[in-house]
Write a protein that binds this ligand. Sequence first.
Ligand SMILES: Cc1ncc(C[n+]2csc(CCOP(=O)(O)OP(=O)(O)O)c2C)c(N)n1
Ligand SMILES: [Mg+2]
Length: 377
Amino acid sequence: MSRNSGTVTANKATVTSDVPQLRPRDLLTKDDCLELFRQLYLARYFDVRLIKEKRLGHLTGTLYSSHNQEAILVGSLFGLKPNDWISPIHRDMPAFFLKDIKFDWENPERMGMSIEQVCSQVWGRVDSPGRARDNWSHIGSKSKHIIHSTSMLAGTIPVAAGVVYADRLNGGDAVCITFNGEGSTAQGIFHEAINYAAVHKLPVVTVIENNQWAYGTPVDLECPTNDVADRAKGFGIPGLVADGQDVFDVYDKVMTAVEYARAGKGPSIVECKTFRAYGHGDHDDDRANRYRPKEEIEAGRTRDPISICRNNLVALGYLSAEEAEKHRADGKNATEAKNEDFPPEVVAYLSKGIDFALKSPLPAAEEGAKWVFREPQ
Ligand SMILES: Cc1ncc(C[n+]2csc(CCOP(=O)(O)OP(=O)(O)O)c2C)c(N)n1
Ligand SMILES: [Mg+2]
């Protein structure tokens, strides 16, 4: 985009500046960068630990792994203002607790869900937002600015457009990031909603987690263009492509889109290229190993977002070689990764959430029929 090109337009004359243009990442402090790294571990540990708990028979319901895709969530959410909105989908479970978590993981007032709420949801307990009606992402929070996730792919983009439209009419400057897989970009509602947002210049940033597969359908059977971001051209809006394995590249592209949206210029699409580490859900793991070529799986897993972030931090001088070697969760699947591969505060944080969930009871049976119809006041 022109803001990074080194060329500025003034009084209709084009002036080439020798001053290098700043990327959003250039304004991050050392502490910001180390926090991004910690959050990658946190999202990875959530995944690894849940898979272990399920294998031990402690969990029921399907898990949709975000392993290998963590940089997209972490890099997209990091630069948001607390008041901004998000709409996560099935593969984005960590987004519910990563929203507004920056440096303040324990703060109950922050604009994200607590780890206790999210763990209670996964364990299907009464203290969860879904009160045991579901074990996964069918939750939201109006007060925390999280649009309720639904199973209808791309179905929350029109909701996001409506939410930020209302906010603008009320004088607000909130932006909404909607997360979607590349498969959902083949849905009619994806096009209708982005068209609507483009016409009304609404601050909706659609992040596409292009993990190459929609269940068993490869991306080339979903999208006829080289980049999914090319779909933006039809709406006359920016379409950016990020390396979804590099948290800094995701941050740069998403923040560029967020600033553009906040300035009133309208929506954009940010495609983050990644690779799904496991099956669609854990019920699909064995089958996925048959429908995906072995070489593709091996290649897809070679670029771990934790390793890439670590290398960047070493190059920046923010991590010494010794510190960099401390925790090595990267490159390991849920069977291989152990607690000592993660920073102790990450393990403690999630363990606290799980302890809370285990102590939370199941709801009373009578609740089952509640909230199906409007309850009498
Ligand atoms: C409208 C609609 N069609 C089909 C489904 C069934 N379904 C659920 S997830 C999924 C695949 C989604 O793929 P993608 O959008 O690429 O996201 P990913 O799972 O890869 O993260 C499908 C087909 C659905 N939930 N909604
Ligand atoms: Mg996909």
